[in-house]
Design a binder for this molecule. Structure first.
Ligand code: FES
Length: 288
């Protein structure tokens, strides 16, 4: 028996997945009773597996060590694919929101516009409207409502959609247009000068109420609640890998996409992102 390198294991997994796809395609080419019987067999086997897998996951989830093990298992692409295939794990919030945005895009485009996902912040989705949707208040309101309805229907965690103006870049009303005091009243917190954010380590920004971690990857900045999605421990001592674009928690090694906060270790986990903007070379963050 060989242990196998990750590359070999991935190849084996892809080969097996291809075999499944090919077999399913062949079944779909069958006609009449033969196809019905083959599909019945396929569903019966799938239901049988789903039943057993669900029991295993429930048992693991009921025990702290089991939960940890489950997170490790889900990190494996083949296990994740198996769970996702049976609906046992859901895609993370950002992925589900992005799927809905892709779903409504053809409708927006048929009205000469487009929608761009800016960020997902727990219950709120921030989008930019382009083309005919941008600048025309009536169509912007109608289309925003359409996006919001679709999101609420398909992603129940989402409660509202906010439209971020497309000009000036990157987002929202320029702070100097409303004044620093108003900006602060609107919940924006002034952070450090942009130059102080190192691409090789997270920056910690503390307020009286909460701690924020700011990261820079390829000149792109992102801000998150300074709490790991695993056990809520601070992330600011984590390892920022500028090449891989990842932030790794110093406590138990959960690995996150530094740009989106998505967790690679446990795909259902996600860092809580905060809106961030740069104004006069200073970073501003608006905690949720
Ligand atoms: S708190 Fe456990 S990995 Fe971050």
């Amino acid at each position: 028996m060989t242990t196998g390198t990750p590359t070999l294991i991935n190849e084996q997994f892809e080969t097996l997945a291809e075999r499944v796809d090919q077999a399913v395609n062949e079944v779909r080419k069958l006609e009449g009773e033969a196809q019905t019987k083959a599909l019945d067999l396929m569903r019966a086997v799938e239901d049988f597996h789903k039943f057993g897998l669900t029991k295993i996951v429930q048992k693991l989830k009921s025990d702290p060590r089991g939960k940890e093990l489950l997170f490790e298992l889900v990190d494996d692409p083949s296990v994740y694919a198996l769970f996702a295939m049976h609906g046992i794990v859901r895609a993370d919030l950002g992925t589900r929101v992005s799927r809905v945005i892709d779903m409504v895009r053809p409708y927006m485009q048929s009205h000469g516009g487009d929608v761009e996902l800016v960020e997902v912040n727990s219950e709120t989705v921030y989008v930019k409207l382009h083309g005919a949707c941008n600048g025309c208040s009536m169509s912007a309101v109608t289309l925003r409502n359409g996006v919001e309805e679709a999101l609420k229907e398909h992603v129940p965690e989402i409660k509202q959609v906010e439209v971020v103006p497309t000009e000036p870049s990157p987002a929202l009303i320029p702070l100097d247009a409303i004044g620093i005091e108003s900006a602060q009243e609107a919940g924006w917190i002034k952070g450090p000068p942009v130059d102080e954010i190192s691409p090789s380590r997270p920056y910690r920004l503390d307020t009286p109420d909460l701690s924020i971690v700011i990261v820079k990857v390829e000149n792109q900045l992102a801000a998150y609640r300074n709490e790991c999605a695993h056990q809520g421990l601070p992330l600011d001592g984590g390892i920022l890998d500028p090449e891989a674009g990842t932030l790794t928690c110093p406590w138990h090694g959960f690995c996150f996409d530094a740009r989106s906060g998505e967790c690679f270790t446990a795909p259902q986990a996600q860092l809580e992102p905060f809106p961030l903007r740069v104004e006069d070379d200073y970073v501003w963050v608006r905690p949720g």
